[in-house]
Write a protein that binds this ligand. Sequence first.
Ligand code: FAD
Ligand code: UDP
Length: 374
Amino acid sequence: MSHTLPILVVGAGFAGATVARELADHGIPVKLIERRPHIGGNAFDETDAHGLQVHRYGPHIFHTNAGRIFRHLSRFTDWRPYEHRVLAEVDGQLLPIPINRTTINRLYGLDLDEAGVAAHLESVRVPVEHPRTSEEVVLGSVGHDLCEKFFRGYTRKQWGLDLSELAAGVAARIPTRSNDDDRYFTDTHQAMPAAGYTEMFRRMLDHPLICVELGVDYLAGRSLHPARHVVYTGPIDAFFDYCHGPLPYRSLRFEHEHLAGTRQYQPVGTVNYPNTHDYTRITEFKHLTGQQAAGTSIVREYPQAEGEPYYPVPRPANEALYRRYREMADARDDVSFVGRLAEYRYYNMDQAVGAALATAGHLIQRFTGQGHET
Ligand code: FAD
Ligand code: UDP
């Protein structure tokens, strides 16, 4: 009897949509429910009232070194090549972040070559053999002054925590360079879906074996969705009714604005404000999308403790709490947990896809006996 039921996927973000499509491609019927009124999860984009494509939940730039994941998504979208650049407003100047040769020379009024910058960084860094915190990572690569100017304030704003309270992996996302490379990412594949993320998701979910229901909260009525198996991509603590207490997630308030008479608001896609303003960064979408228009649309990100969960907060105490939920999850063979919220992992989009492909592979094996390759 139960084999006539679909697999239920909860959440239409990268994790949920990827699992749903993989299962459907292997002949397994899927019902996908999403709490929000749209697909795409946090990568959702839309055309604003002024005809410009914007990302409702903050800027999403696709980048990956995994050719397999890039090829997989390329089934559902063409790409617009795009290399993201970010400037940080420090001491009244707009300087490249990640810190590079230009940053050091302009900040300190120097004219060092690459070897000179490397030697400067070597002289100021405070090396730690096995950095455990983000503070140790930053001090170990750029020393005290650059840490205060570029990292401590931004991190305090973004997370409500000091660098020393966050796991090493957070600051380790940002490299340090002594050359002139001013790209935010150096991955082999860096691109934006040519028609947008939402269109890519629409194509991913456009399959006769996938039925999508929007505006449906799984946790508000679990028994309403009989299923052969559940793939859950929401917050793991909510799934278990917060029985070990709530896991901290960091939230954001997005302030979107259209500037009618402004063709270009800022020189690059994103400007970070480590030490001034209540927002962390401003993104101007035209840089990401390549759209031409007389006006421009921007978004400011204001971090906050309460609200939609956007970021897991990587620190040892939270990891320990997550482990307790994870043990409960591992004991359930009727539910798979995958994605940024369900695994409490600071995943980029490509990592969410990678995790979802792995989960789908296991389920395909289990429910069809087929080997699985992507
Ligand atoms: P989500 O996108 O969060 O999807 C989960 C879905 O599940 C949501 O739609 C949610 O509404 C739904 N859901 C939850 N609970 C329930 C329930 N009870 N019932 C029904 N539905 C439910 N990554 C990059 O690679 N590059 C970037 O530039 C980048 N920028 C980012 C900027 C911001 C501001 C943020 C917050 C994230 C950014 N990311 C970026 C990360 C990226 O958003 C995630 O990696 C990706 O969205 C994770 O996909 P997911 O499916 O795991 O989660
Ligand atoms: N960070 C910082 N200053 C910056 C950029 C980043 O201190 O100008 C730190 C900060 O702690 C941030 C983390 O590095 O949360 C990761 O930055 P990233 O841009 O990857 O964050 P995301 O895009 O995921 O919000």
